[in-house]
Design a protein around this ligand. Structure first.
Ligand code: SF4
Length: 418
């Protein structure tokens, strides 16, 4: 069996797909041969010139530490590393380089030059910020289930309290850290190529696909104007967007809507203003409702990101949320049933059960609301809140807290919404 002799990436299984896809795309675009392997395939570890390890948990790190046969220099990087390693003060071993912060540019340079590897082994270094303009990523040719992911930018202008990414990078890089757009021409060419290769869905991947400041979406605007001439077929465009970005980018979204079938995921996060302030997302519940109104008027197939449970939940906040959910239910009541069903679906668990994490009870009648506020509901909610407060002290990653909570609610067979 033949194996590449260049680089391998392992231990990324649960890592953010976006981060993995960007890293592999950037390495391949720089003609660096990459083989992705899991821990199970590690029998061939002696074959490589350099290994790149992207852990996503302590368990990954323990498994990595127990690997035998890895003799080459190893670069350890990624978001988990950036979040956890500086706190643990872990020192690299003599064959390791730990990269804190944004890894793409630094890993590409390290893996291209033996002299740099020799210089930095045994050290922890800060990744250089990468400008993603002028690089052709190969993702457009890799069609999986007719879907292609295309990177539109890297970096983020925001610092949502539940997401270590924005705040950590801003602490590390200060104002130099920002959302950096790829060229609209390159993204357009990749969309074209993807469609010619049979894609029927394009997913825009980025930490922050749309800036909330409309003039910062210069390259996306260029893309929209290039798209005016149309593609050979109409494809779905999937992306995440915040309420503020919807409100401030109506013209741009309408231009894209002329060419693509837009399928946005609207990051509402909460309809409780107190929670939104704590999340530090920079919008209020009324903004979220306004964005829902806009997307509904355009008749888009949109979905919600919603954090139903969080440690600061109060009965008063819950009451406000339920009140606003009925407003949203009313706004979307004219949408086709399948679109309403999309809104009721929970993106965390892929189910339609409200307290399995699903955000909205679309048909919440007054009677249902009264049931929600019953002693039984509040009692179970208290158990759930105690759980999440405990979990929140243990974990740093939002999804882990969510999933743990969802799991426990499910095990408790929450009696409502069933
Ligand atoms: S917009 Fe997304 S990537 Fe940026 S800080 Fe918020 S959650 Fe994190």
């Amino acid at each position: 069996m033949q194996h590449p002799t260049a680089n391998l990436i392992l231990g990324y299984e649960k890592t953010c797909n976006c981060e993995r896809d960007i890293l592999i795309g950037v390495l391949r675009a720089n003609k660096i041969e990459v083989l992705e392997i899991g821990f199970d395939d590690s029998a061939y570890l002696t074959k490589y010139d350099v290994a790149i390890f992207i852990p996503s948990s302590d368990r990954d790190i323990q498994m990595f530490d127990s690997l035998r046969g890895l003799r080459c220099p190893t670069i350890i990087a990624g978001r988990y590393v950036s979040n956890v390693f500086p706190l643990s003060m872990r020192s690299p071993r003599s064959s390791q380089i730990i990269v804190i912060g944004e890894p793409y540019k630094t890993i590409t340079e390290l893996t291209s030059k033996q002299t740099l590897l020799d210089k930095f082994v045994g050290r922890t270094i800060l990744g250089q910020l990468w400008n993603p303009t002028g690089i052709r990523l190969p993702s457009a040719t890799e069609c999986v289930n007719s879907t292609v992911s295309i990177l539109t930018s890297i970096g983020c202008e925001k610092c949502c309290a539940y997401c270590p990414y924005g705040s950590l990078h801003r602490k590390i890089y200060g104002d130099n850290f920002s959302r950096r757009e790829r060229s609209g021409i390159e993204v357009f060419e990749e969309c074209n190529l993807a469609i010619r290769n049979g894609a029927n869905t394009i997913q825009f991947v980025a930490d922050q696909v749309f800036s909330e400041v409309s003039h910062n979406n210069e390259q996306l605007a260029l893309l929209a104007s290039l798209c005016k001439m149309g593609f050979t077929s109409r494809v779905s465009l999937v992306f995440n967007i915040t309420p503020t970005a919807v409100i401030n980018n109506r013209e741009l979204l309408l231009a894209l809507d002329k060419v693509f079938e837009l399928c946005p995921t609207l990051s509402i996060e909460s309809l409780d203003d107190r929670a939104l302030q704590l999340f530090d997302v920079g919008f209020c519940a009324d903004d979220a409702i306004q964005a829902v109104r806009i997307l509904t008027e355009w008749d888009l197939a949109f979905r919600f990101n919603y954090i139903f449970e969080h440690p600061w939940k109060t009965e008063e906040g819950l009451s406000d949320e339920l009140e606003r959910m009925t407003v949203i239910a009313e706004i979307v009541s004219g949408l086709a049933p399948v679109r309403q069903l999309l809104l009721a679906g929970d993106l965390f668990t892929h189910t339609y059960r409200a307290l399995n994490g699903a955000p909205l009870e679309l048909h919440m009648s007054l009677a249902n609301r009264k049931r929600c506020m019953s002693a039984a509901f509040l009692n179970v909610l208290k158990v759930a809140l105690d759980t999440i407060v405990f979990e929140a002290t243990q974990l740093t990653i939002r999804d882990d807290v969510m999933h743990s909570l969802i799991q426990r609610c499910w095990l408790a067979r929450f009696p409502l919404f069933s």
